[in-house]
Design a protein around this ligand. Structure first.
Ligand code: HEC
Length: 231
């Protein structure tokens, strides 16, 4: 037990502390780079700068990773970037092949919903099955719209939906420019924007953005459109 032993012990404790600090710093690093850049516009030059920077971050993390934990963190970063890039591409207007099966985000504008639906083909018969709750939506929900809309007691009766739009709704100045698909999409996704008289607000549940994919919404609209429309 000499003076040397004490010095060694101090050194070991000191080295341990250093390792701990280094570990903490390393652990913090991926989190720091995960934060998405504040506001990136959809301008191609902005997107290019932004994606280049994010990819460079991921590459650096991969290059520096040697132990399993750091490699895992670097892979996690890669995964997050993938998700983030996908979301950004969608926000900027990309329409992937399987968009019909994708859920409709609550913040998506009706214009964008219409733009997406224009790339799909609607099926009124499937729409009817969805409406009656006899088939599940792409998001695996049973809708049962007819539970409320079968008679005129609690909600506008299904029969004549198109005619009511044609003869009443579209005569209103705010709906003069909109076609039936636009009106129906809004009525289903954001029921409180226009409340059909004499029914009250908040009676039609504002939950269908969660339950519907784009294909479901289009099929429902094609079905409603077929209600009362002259051949
Ligand atoms: C809990 C009852 C209820 C359910 C379930 C319901 N609705 Fe409604 N819906 C209403 C009521 C009440 C209104 C009228 C008030 C309003 O405009 O919000 C309405 C209005 C509408 C309108 C406008 C009708 C018109 O003639 O202008 C459409 C279209 C519509 N619903 C479609 C649907 C679809 C599609 C579903 C299923 C995905 C559905 N609703 C489920 C109660 C319901």
């Amino acid at each position: 037990m000499g003076k040397d032993n004490k010095v060694y012990r101090t050194l070991i404790v000191f080295a341990g502390l250093l390792l701990l600090i280094a570990g903490l710093v390393l652990a913090q690093e991926p989190a720091a780079t995960e934060t998405p850049a504040a506001a990136v516009s959809c301008d191609p030059a902005d997107l290019h700068a932004y994606t280049t920077e994010r990819v460079a971050d991921a590459q650096a993390a991969l290059a520096e990773s040697t132990d399993p934990e750091a490699i895992n963190a670097a892979l996690g970063q890669l995964y997050l970037i993938g998700e983030e890039f996908k979301a950004r591409a969608l926000t900027c207007g990309y329409i992937p092949e399987n968009i019909g099966q994708m859920p409709i985000d609550e913040d998506t504008s009706i214009e964008r919903v219409i733009e997406v639906m224009d790339t799909l083909t609607g099926d009124p018969l499937r729409g009817q099955l969805l409406y009656l709750g006899q088939e599940r939506s792409t998001q695996n929900a049973t809708l049962g719209c007819s539970g409320c809309h079968a008679t005129g007691d609690v909600a506008p009766i299904t029969e004549g939906t198109w005619t009511r739009w044609d003869e009443e709704r579209r005569l209103l100045p705010e709906y003069a420019e909109q076609d039936f698909a636009h009106y129906a999409a809004e009525a289903i996704l954001h029921p409180n924007v226009y409340v059909v008289p004499p029914y009250g607000e908040n009676l039609m549940p504002a939950i269908y953005t969660l339950a519907l994919g784009y294909q479901d919404l289009l099929d429902l609209i094609r079905f409603l459109e077929s209600q009362d429309q002259l051949p």
